[in-house]
Ligand binder design. Structure first.
Ligand code: MG
Length: 115
């Protein structure tokens, strides 16, 4: 079993044991995903790159927990909406490779339609 499937299985168990599926509409799961993403952002708000480098040395667990919360909602949404996130990720990367060809975008942060 892939890591993604194994984590999804454990997330579903956690949810089912608590009978929380009844609250999980796609809209509310999407909201939860964004809220958890903002908790990741809070760790970095107002810090310079140098400050972040120092901060992460002592806060890796806390940042990891928030990233895990984001993953929790991503995997739950994918499960409930019957989306294969592994396949979706591969497809999206292929699209990104075409949108941002190495010859044009290497070392550049421009958006594809701005170059
Ligand atoms: Mg959180």
């Amino acid at each position: 079993m892939s890591d993604i499937k194994e984590i999804t299985k454990r997330i579903l168990k956690l949810r089912d044991e608590r009978d929380w599926k009844q609250f999980h509409t796609p809209k509310d799961m999407a909201l939860s995903l964004v809220l958890e993403a903002t908790e990741v952002m809070e760790h970095f708000q107002w810090k310079t790159r140098e400050e972040v480098e120092e901060y992460i040395k002592t806060h890796k667990d806390e940042v990891g927990e928030e990233l895990a919360d984001v993953l929790y909602w991503v995997l739950l949404m994918c499960h409930d909406l019957d989306i294969d996130i592994y396949e979706a990720s591969l497809k999206k990367m292929e699209k990104s490779k075409k949108k941002y060809p190495v010859e044009k975008f290497k070392g550049r942060a421009d958006k594809y339609d701005k170059l």
